[in-house]
Design a protein around this ligand. Structure first.
Ligand code: AMP
Length: 542
């Protein structure tokens, strides 16, 4: 017997229609590339996304064609999110922090038909356009009078001239919910990047999940500032969840420094912000230097790489802001887990609660995970056994775009490449990327644990732990450190700081001070590059 309910495809156009109809006057604020603050709302975003859809029809861009963006977080990017996917094309967000050669490779691999870019990225586009034969239309996301006359890019049009003359009436097509809606390439440090292709269904289910109380707890009362870029994994799905709940959105544009972000948090009364640890480092530095406080911010989602305990503590104890530590990846749309306490934890002492908050968190309904050993045998959830983390769920990829060779799945599970423990309460903790685990004397040392301790030292700005070859132990940990400006920390001081905080054999053998740690295109530490930089290094004991 079948259920007797209405059959309705889960579509991205439904989200924007809902936001427009029920939250039309809720504001969408953007700091623009030009530096000024632009004010829009869901009604205008809805109308203009329909104009984008009409403009794409005008160019006869076929259904399923890829429309790429090279853009900051802002209202025009949001209009493209809905206008492109809603009309049946595939939004392809490009990461401008990649090397131009990689951008060219990705554009050609995706066979992008249209490329829309913020003026900041004009130099990249000038560099690459002649190497991108599939791109028929180049759109500069600016007003008509800001279009450069001598760009050298064939038939370059301004976004406003292109779309704002279009009708804002448009009937969103009734697509199959499994139609591709957007795609994003992984920032793989080895080999060519690979693309996750999301569907309308997966995006909508992910948006529902993100908004849940034990996830981002989003509501129409929130003002949300995604520092996390719309050019990588859809700003963690926030633009969609925001439309679904009708909250206010505040976009920082290109200004991600502590001062600019703080200004927006205060003037736009932001209640929730989301970003990677490196961005929050700058914000906390700005607050400390100016003895500032947050007057509105209540929660911040931190993920993308391990959030150092010192940061969780600073937000919590000094500024009264709850940190929601999240884990995910491109292949998961991206959210997999997020850390919030259970009812039984509310009675625990703050120290005990903090131990839980440091973990990457519990599975969100929809995502299932397990840890396995090298033979694929499931490991116990005892908080101690570690293993390769495998996931499955309706917003996890089953294969990559133009997959070559067999599916990446193992018996239906996607291997994340992360190593983790899971405690009896189901809280998952990442110990490492599998390729970063340090193997010493047959045991594993978590580079994240070593880094977190260094980051808790008041003189340390950033720390990366890597394994160095050792003839007896295989590898020994070395911590590479950037000192805070003006600090005179010595190696011995930092090594002593490990006493009593970690088993002696897990503590690093040496400290290497550097001016900067290389970061990848998504703000993660590039340990491959760091290893190359330390190629001639020898451990002190050798
Ligand atoms: P990406 O696909 O670029 O989003 O990168 C995904 C990878 O980032 C994951 O597989 C993890 O290795 C890492 N990652 C994301 N969030 C966290 C976190 N909270 N703690 C530790 N690693 C993380």
């Amino acid at each position: 017997m079948l259920g007797l309910m209405q059959q309705q495809n889960l579509l991205i156009s439904d989200m924007i229609e809902f936001a427009e109809k029920h939250h039309g006057d809720t504001e969408i604020i953007s700091r623009r590339v030009e530096g000024d603050i632009h004010r829009s709302n869901w009604a205008k975003i809805g109308a203009r996304s329909r104009q984008v859809a009409n403009a794409l029809d005008g160019w006869h861009v076929p259904a399923g064609a890829r429309v790429a963006t090279l853009a900051w977080n802002g209202y025009r990017h949001l209009e493209l999110y809905f206008g492109v996917s809603g009309s049946g094309r595939v939004l392809h967000t490009l990461n401008p922090r990649l090397h131009p050669e990689q951008v060219v490779w990705i554009v050609n691999h995706a066979e992008d038909s249209v490329l829309c870019f913020d003026m900041t990225f004009l130099p990249i586009v000038k560099n690459i356009h002649s190497h991108c034969p599939t791109v028929k239309h180049w759109v500069a996301m600016c007003d008509a009078d800001k279009l450069p006359a001598d760009s050298g890019i064939p038939e370059l049009v301004s976004y406003e001239a292109w779309m704002s003359s279009q009708s804002n009436s448009y009937a969103w097509p009734e697509l199959d919910e499994n139609t591709a809606s957007c795609m994003c390439y992984t920032s793989g440090t080895t080999g060519n990047p690979k693309a996750a292709v999301y569907s309308h269904r997966s995006t909508l289910l992910h948006a529902y999940a993100c908004a849940l109380p034990d996830v981002m707890c989003l509501s129409a009362r929130d003002s949300v500032l995604p520092v996390v870029p719309m050019f990588h994994v859809n700003a963690w799905g926030i633009p969609y969840s925001a439309a679904m709940v009708g909250c206010k959105l505040v976009f920082p544009g290109p200004a991600l420094d502590g001062k600019s972000v703080y200004e927006l948090l205060e003037t736009e009364k932001v209640t929730l912000a989301a970003g990677v640890p490196t961005v929050w480092q700058m914000l906390l530095g700005h607050l400390k230097a100016g003895s500032l406080r947050f007057n509105y911010l209540k929660r911040t989602v931190i993920g993308g790489s391990a959030c150092p305990p010192a940061m969780i503590q600073a937000f919590n104890d000094e500024y009264g802001v709850e940190v929601l530590h999240a884990w995910g990846m491109t292949e998961l749309s991206p959210l997999g887990t997020l850390c919030t306490l259970k009812n039984k934890h509310l009675e625990l002492a703050p120290d005990e609660q903090m131990k839980i908050r440091l973990k990457q968190g519990r599975a969100i309904f929809g995502i299932d995970f397990k840890i396995v050993d090298d033979q694929g045998a499931e490991q116990p959830n005892d908080g101690k056994a570690y293993g390769d983390l495998l996931v499955k769920g309706p917003w996890v990829i089953r294969e990559y775009f133009k997959q070559e060779g067999p599916s990446p799945l193992v018996d239906g599970w996607f291997p994340t490449g992360d190593v983790a423990t899971v405690d009896p309460e189901g809280f998952m903790q990442i110990t490492d990327r599998s390729k970063d685990v340090i193997k010493s004397g047959g045991e594993w040392i978590s580079s994240i644990d070593v880094e977190n301790i260094a980051m808790a030292h008041p003189d340390v700005a950033m720390a990366a732990c890597i394994g160095m070859p050792h003839p007896k132990w295989d590898e020994r940990p070395v911590v590479v450190v950037v000192k805070k400006p003006g600090c005179t920390l010595s190696s011995d001081d930092l090594l002593k700081f490990y006493d009593g905080k970690i088993a002696k054999w897990q503590a690093p053998d040496d400290v290497v001070f550097v001016d900067a740690i290389p970061l990848g295109a998504t703000g993660k530490m590039l340990k491959t590059r760091l290893r190359e930089q330390l190629a001639g290094y020898r451990l002190p004991s050798l």
